[in-house]
Design a protein around this ligand. Structure first.
Ligand SMILES: [Zn+2]
Length: 111
């Protein structure tokens, strides 16, 4: 497959993942499920991104830059999302380097 054929597939899958993550992590109040699914979801999205990058012809140096960047972003994403045990809200901290300590909705301490 050429990169022109792969791109729309990538785009479609990416949108689907976005909708899925919105429904699961922002609409759902099931904190237990969200805590369980968030790390594998982020890792899966990262792997998918690298996989499509590779399929679209990235290799050598761009791929070597892309992989550690995706790993870093995934790590920060996993770390910055906190799910409130009390009200079920997903707290995504804008400051990736210091995750939220308290729920922005109910003030409960985030563990
Ligand atoms: Zn809360």
């Amino acid at each position: 497959m050429s990169s022109e054929e792969i791109f729309p597939i990538f785009f479609g899958v990416w949108i689907l993942l976005g909708v899925l993550s919105f429904l699961l992590f922002f609409m759902s109040k099931n904190t237990k499920l969200k805590k369980k699914l968030w790390p594998p979801f982020v890792i899966f999205a990262g792997l998918l991104f690298i996989g499509f990058g590779y399929a679209m012809g990235f290799d050598g140096e761009p791929l070597f830059i892309m992989v550690p960047m995706v790993v870093l972003i995934s790590f920060l994403n996993i770390r910055s999302a906190k799910f409130c045990d009390s009200c079920g809200k997903t707290n995504m901290n804008q400051n990736l380097l210091s995750p939220a300590k308290f729920c922005s909705k109910c003030g409960e301490e985030l563990l």
